[in-house]
Ligand binder design. Structure first.
Ligand code: NAD
Ligand code: 44H
Length: 453
């Protein structure tokens, strides 16, 4: 019988100088992994906070913060024990959260709270109609140390505590799949601060808001992977992470209090070209498959990409999206080829239903820029329109179930017996400028084509 994984299986815990909000699968495969492999890793320990209270925190702490990262290549498995996490906390552990912010040694705060976690309104600013945001504002107005729950609320509470403690600026660092994610984070936290007054705004502005493009396909681990880890390592790990060999991190911004020497991370002035390449080619085709291939009965990306019909749709989308990317053509061709291999990795079971979630937050940033650019250049935008059509079919009940915290208005628009009305309604909700007769007719036709395929 295998022994439980414990801290003794990992490197010694390092002093906490890194803080993470939104501990989940991806962060433990990416930022924690880069930190683990830093030349100065013994100087940099992570304190982790989940987005909502979860048993994962207790499981991880029982293992002293250690966990197994199972790197699954097409040619086999490579497990490694990661010791970058010194301490994990439940979301509601507000005193611990504020305590880390007040600590002189804190240097970097990373964030993965999903697209939805930024609580944005349609104009990109903070959505004050969001009940969590409204409650946090009321709390912060009366008690800056009170329990707050939204990501913007928690970040602002931390920043205010840091400034009140007389500590200098840190790098605040979104690692979510969002264009210009540093600016998005700064905007929503700044909007909340503005309701508290100029001192709070100045505290937000004093921090360094870093932007990053992150990439490593990390599906949720299942009991199958937990059993595989036990067999491979002779240790029982209750919270292992499964990921692919590929990893990429492109970062723009300053680190006023220092950072680990993350190996392989690329530091640039402008993340946008890399971010668009990744969001459109990888995440865009993920969304295409999540909607169009789940409706064809596929469950995982690796099944979908091996279906020639789906592969042709993906290639059609890629052909269209690359026209609007600014990176070198050879680089983009190599990236596409590598993506096709990554998607086909038979040892990574990335469920289409997981990717399909929160389409209302994903389709606008992954697909619509290409659709608009194609239309502006006088082309039809058929590849992008196909993704929108597949999403509308999904909203109408085809394929993966609809799970979307902000998607109710799209579900409502997509309802009803008349497909053309549904298409027009969804396009109108996405962007009234896209709901022209021409685009409605194209998307309408593609809904029918997908249904017959
Ligand atoms: N999994 C991947 O392959 C991958 C790769 C690149 C980037 N990402 C980015 O990382 C994010 C998280 O992915 P994951 O695989 O870790 O997911 P996960 O479900 O394992 O973890 C998500 C974390 O976000 C928190 N969260 C969710 N909704 C929130 C909200 N409304 N407010 C505050 N916190 C909230 C959860 O509590 C949890 O701590 C993705 O949304 C994406 O933007 C993921
Ligand atoms: O994580 P999400 O939900 O934003 O998107 C689902 C996938 O497209 C995404 O997780 C990719 O696998 C990832 O971005 C690869 O780096």
């Amino acid at each position: 019988m295998s022994a439980p994984l414990s801290r003794a299986d990992a490197r010694p815990a390092a002093p906490i100088r890194l803080l993470h909000l939104g501990m989940g699968n991806f962060h433990r495969a990416h930022q924690a992994w880069y930190t683990e492999h830093s030349a100065d890793a013994d100087q940099w320990g992570y304190a982790e906070f989940s987005g909502a209270d979860t048993p994962m925190v207790d499981d991880l702490n029982e293992q002293g913060g250690a966990y197994t990262l199972l790197v699954r290549g097409a040619d086999g498995d490579r497990p490694e024990v990661i010791g970058a996490i010194t301490s994990a906390h439940q979301a509601s552990d507000q005193e611990a959260w504020l305590g880390y912010w007040e600590s002189p040694g804190l240097a970097v705060v990373t964030i993965t709270v999903t697209e939805f976690g930024y609580c944005r309104a349609d104009d990109g600013g903070l959505d004050f109609d969001n009940p969590a945001v409204a409650a946090d504002l009321a709390t912060l107005q009366t008690d800056p140390r009170g329990l707050v729950v939204s990501a913007p609320g928690r970040l602002l509470a931390g920043i205010l505590a840091r400034v009140a403690a007389g500590q200098g600026p840190v790098a605040v660092f979104s690692c979510d799949n969002l264009p210009d994610n540093g600016k998005v984070a700064r905007r929503v936290v700044g909007d909340l601060a503005a309701r508290l007054g100029p001192e709070a705004v100045a505290a937000v502005e004093a921090q360094s808001w870093v932007t990053s493009m992150v990439d490593r396909i990390t599906p949720r681990a299942t009991d199958v992977e937990i059993a595989a880890v036990a067999e491979l390592t002779d240790r029982v790990d209750r919270v292992p992470i499964v990921t692919e060999p590929f990893s990429e991190w492109v970062i723009a911004g300053d680190f006023p209090a220092g950072r680990p020497e993350w190996p392989g991370a690329t530091f640039v002035d402008e993340v946008e070209p890399f971010e668009q390449r990744k969001l459109w080619l990888l995440n865009g085709s993920h969304s295409l498959m999540a909607y169009a291939a789940s409706a064809r009965g596929h469950e995982a990306v690796s099944d979908a990409i091996n279906d020639p019909v789906v592969r042709a749709w993906v290639e059609e989308w890629w052909d269209e999206a690359v026209r609007h990317l600014t990176l070198d053509a050879d680089h983009l061709a190599a990236y596409r080829a590598a993506l096709a291999e990554r998607f086909a990795n038979p040892n990574i079971r990335h469920l289409l239903a997981q990717i399909a979630a929160d389409g209302s937050q994903k389709v606008p940033v992954r697909i619509l820029p290409t659709l608009r650019a194609e239309l502006a250049e006088g082309r039809s935008g058929r590849g992008a329109a196909r993704v929108v059509a597949a999403w509308i079919r999904h909203l109408r009940g085809a394929g993966a179930p609809v799970v979307d915290g902000a998607g109710q208005r799209f579900v409502a628009a997509a309802e009803g017996p008349d497909v053309t009305t549904a298409v027009r309604g969804v396009l109108n909700e996405l962007d009234p400028a896209l709901a022209t007769d021409e685009v409605v007719s194209l998307v309408d036709g593609l809904v029918g084509e997908l249904a017959r395929s």
